[in-house]
Design a protein around this ligand. Structure first.
Ligand SMILES: [Zn+2]
Length: 107
């Protein structure tokens, strides 16, 4: 980009000296140079973006965590319904709040 700026300055200098042909030549050089730099910059940006997207994609591939909030189960011993907020892993044991029977929850 510094090269393009230098060429632009030269173009402006040439303009000030009223050398139109030289000014146009420098201006064209500057434009081409700036464009080349921009294209390179754009490619780098696209690469970075692709890397960021890949990084953002990675966590989504992990299994979704178990739904939070209480789940209703029926006690196999007393037949009453009770609510449990299940932990992440299965199976787990929970005591029925009605009859104190330990219930193994596998789903
Ligand atoms: Zn029970």
């Amino acid at each position: 980009m510094a090269e393009a700026e230098r060429l632009f300055e030269k173009a402006q200098e040439a303009l000030r000296s009223a050398d139109k042909t030289l000014a146009e030549s420098y201006a064209n050089d500057a434009m081409n140079n700036a464009h080349a730099s921009w294209t390179e910059h754009e490619q780098q940006m696209q690469q970075q973006q692709a890397q960021q997207e890949a990084a953002a994609e990675a966590p989504k591939k992990q299994p979704a965590p178990a739904a939070k909030g209480p789940v209703k189960y029926q006690c196999p011993s007393c037949g009453k319904i009770f609510q449990v907020t299940p932990p992440a892993q299965r199976p787990f044991d929970v005591a029925c709040p009605w009859c104190r029977t330990t219930v193994r929850i596998s789903r």
